[in-house]
Design a protein around this ligand. Sequence first.
Ligand code: ARG
Ligand code: ZN
Length: 880
Amino acid sequence: MSTTDQTVVRLEDYRPPAYLIDRVDLDVRLHPSATRVTAVLAIRPAEGTPAGTPLVLDGDGLRLEHLLLDGRSPEPEAYAASPVALTLHCPPAQPFRLEIETVINPEANSALMGLYRSSGTYCTQCEAEGFRRITYFLDRPDVLAVYTTRIEADRTEAPVLLGNGNPVEAGPIAGTERHYAIWHDPHPKPAYLFALVAGRLASVHDTFTTRSGRLVRLAIHVEPGKEDMCGWAMDSLKRSMAWDEHVFGLEYDLDVFNIVAVSDFNMGAMENKGLNIFNDKYVLADPETATDQDYGHVEAVIAHEYFHNWTGNRITCRDWFQLCLKEGLTVFRDQEFSSDMRSRPVKRIADVRMLKSHQFPEDAGPLAHPVRPRAYREINNFYTATVYEKGAEVVRMLKTLLGAEDFAAGMALYIRRHDGDAATIEQFLACFAEAGGRDLEQFALWYEQAGTPRLEVTSAHDPDTATLSLTLTQSLGPTPGQASKLPMLIPVRLGLIGPEGADIGLRPRERDRVQGDVLLLSERSQTFTFDGVTERPVLSLLRGFSAPVTVNATPSPADLLFLLQHDSDPFNRWQAAQDLATRELMRLYAARRKGDVLAVDAALVSALGDVLTDEDLDPAFRAQVLHLPGEADLARDIGRDVDPDAILSARTQLRHAIGRAHGQTFASLADRLGRRPFAPDAADAGERALKGLCLAYLAVSDQDTRADIIARHAREADNMTDRIAALSVLVHEHLAGADTALAAFERRHAGHPLAMDKWFTVQATSPHAGTLTIVDALTRHPAFDWTNPNRVRALVGAFTTGNQSQFTRPDGAGFVYLGDVVERLDQRNPQLAARLVSAFRSWQALEPKRAALAEGVLSKLAGRATLSKDTRDIVERCLA
Ligand code: ARG
Ligand code: ZN
């Protein structure tokens, strides 16, 4: 305990930097195994720094080659250099120049942090603390400098040289095989936004003219041969740039904007100033290899990284505790962008599904942490669903509370006041408090208190007085490090629906606690009274998912069916279907745990059939309604003593009942839908989503020809969405033709790693007893590669997070397997290993036998002497 405790970084210990770095001149002479980096830093003591305060620059695995202080070699006793720090014991009291030379080995960098090589391309990843693997620096986000970067490389090895900012000059180095390029970024930035790329890259080009008339040259750089797959990303980029001007009034601020796709990348993408570097799966898209979901992700991630130019780069974070300042806000912005590009309700449903399946379980287990954490041992472990997705929900609630106009005014003030700053959540909130004339003190608890609040709702209707009274009670359980919680400010959007299905106007008595249709719950328990309610209304609670909470109301099944049919809020129509399905699944689950099998509720099955055939509804919406809660969602709702096999059988039973009841309809819809030539727009994607869902239900219907129909879809599909949908049904349902279809897919896509990832995932997520053996065998497939994070996530990650019943096999083999994989990867790539091991995060909720087996594997990992800091942090928090 005590040894690890020493490395905890705490928010309360934040101190402004003692020294500032105004300018950085970098000279990077690239070489595969010995890249020479010369950094010239213009440093000065911060105001108030006492003379003689030591300067400690961060390093990570560095070796100092040369050091000059104002052009002279310092005395040996004036400084100390180690792999993790360069210390000047008594630096000058005046501004000074430090010249530092280090030599690093990009080829040996398998952690994919700092400068590394991906398929021969030199690239960098510096967020959060990667710059210190390149040179000694004050590697913290509140030290902002102007960078000039000279990159030099072999001309044939790296004809393309890219840096941050604008290109200044480039040319050959006479008498050598080498050339150079100089880049200058006029905008001061923290080191985590530094980037360079050098390699043999092809590119596609376009331009964008900002509304104030700046011509921006846009380029996307990819491995040669992939140029045809950049069209959608470029289109998304231009739409993002226009949208940010239109909606937030934010323009781009350099002459060039470069995007580079690399195949080895730990995360999604990175917003380096003027030089975004992407995991190639979020850039490359064509109908042959990318699904509609992939198109949606490319659009969203391109937008996300672009939007960071203002929310992240122009205004950055004071320290890493403020990560949600840029991430939560930027996710909110990219969600809004996608909503405007596509169907808003369908996007909202997809986002909430994602929040509930990823963030809620995080909040409910040992890895729970506040949106703004107060302590960390390894910051890379805090790029989480809580910081990103819950962080976005908090911004969304702010908009709900303030209204669109005041929210926009708050954003404008934030940008105006903090442009060029490294800011905090307090400063962000202060802008909205000021613009909206509000006290946001209680609201700020959303950043401080971990866990998902729970709302209990009871109501009473009095026909004599025509009043409805509604009592809302909030509670929030303990989370690691937070035993007791204060009540939060929860915006609850409400609809009251009359017997005819129309909304009743709200006439609340507590006018100061209700804003339009939003109830402001701020006490532990509050009663709201509404007048003029002559007949008993049906409650539509938390419309649009106005707050990230769970609701415990007890509407009758009849009320839920009524909501599914009549709610004017499409989100809550979907929610009603989910609630009905969840209830039914819980009933079937409880019976199965006792060894019983109950009959499925026919009313639910028939209501879902009505939605399926309702041609007035958007196909994408219908697909969302018919898509049952996942196994992990049910596990989360069950909460304790979870038996994943019983969940799987309950869910299978309900799926079969739906399939059998509407087999004919599924068959005919599957035949009719999505027959137009592929276009990635929302309408066509929605039809394909519904078609894929129909195939999945058809597979469990009693239609005789079902296997043939599905195999034909797999064979004849002219796009990846349809092909993979049919393939996964064949494989997951063990239908005749599955092996043939797998083999055909493999032949067709053998040369395309991102397509093969889908082939791995389909097999890894099959809920059958042989899956673990297949996963292990697939690690020896020629297309698999332990060194590539996308491959590992597509196979092992898909198995551990997308295949509940097999990962948690009662014999513990799934846990043991993950433990072995983590040991194997940990030294090479700690971030990837730590991410994989967090699949254990809900182990305590499992039934005792499985829980003990999971704990055993975690304890064994914890006992290893050589575990990386990243993995140890997750393992120990899981066990705490
Ligand atoms: N800022 C990047 C993004 O938008 C994430 C980079 C995180 N990388 C890391 N190694 N922690 O979303
Ligand atoms: Zn981001």
